[in-house]
Design a protein around this ligand. Structure first.
Ligand SMILES: [Zn+2]
Length: 131
């Protein structure tokens, strides 16, 4: 088990506004100033945010712990993208957002600059393994 890296006092990052079936969400992603790797994320729901934001918040905390302990960011994206909830999907740019958790995964993907196809293929493979 790799020790979780301690957090520097100040870290650079960005906040993406994402559409989701649960309303607008704001995903803040901060990078380790030494390595440039994503090290933590937070989610904030807009005024119309209705979903169990408690769950989404908890997921970002766990994901942050994982990232700071050496988890590959592509695994974080794979774990979050693709989950659908009971609400109808919405569009964000040219992408279909299936839940607030899906939106968080897509925000990370945008932040680290990965292409969509790669991990969506992997998700299909993962589902085959799981089923
Ligand atoms: Zn939601």
């Amino acid at each position: 088990m790799v020790a979780k890296k301690s957090r520097p006092k100040a870290v650079p990052g960005e906040t993406l506004e994402m559409n989701s079936p649960c309303g607008k969400i704001y995903v803040t992603m901060n990078d380790n100033p030494d390595t440039g790797d994503l090290m933590e994320l937070f989610v904030r729901f807009g005024k119309s945010g209705t979903c169990g934001s408690l769950v989404a918040n908890a997921l970002t905390i766990i994901t942050s712990y994982g990232l700071r302990s050496g988890m590959d960011v592509t695994d974080a994206i794979k774990g979050l993208i693709g989950h659908g909830c009971h609400r109808a999907p919405v569009c964000d740019g040219d992408e279909n957002i299936t839940s607030c958790v899906d939106a968080i995964g897509r925000a990370i993907r945008i932040h680290v600059g990965l292409e969509p196809e790669v991990e969506e293929q992997d998700i299909d493979q993962q589902e085959e393994v799981l089923s």
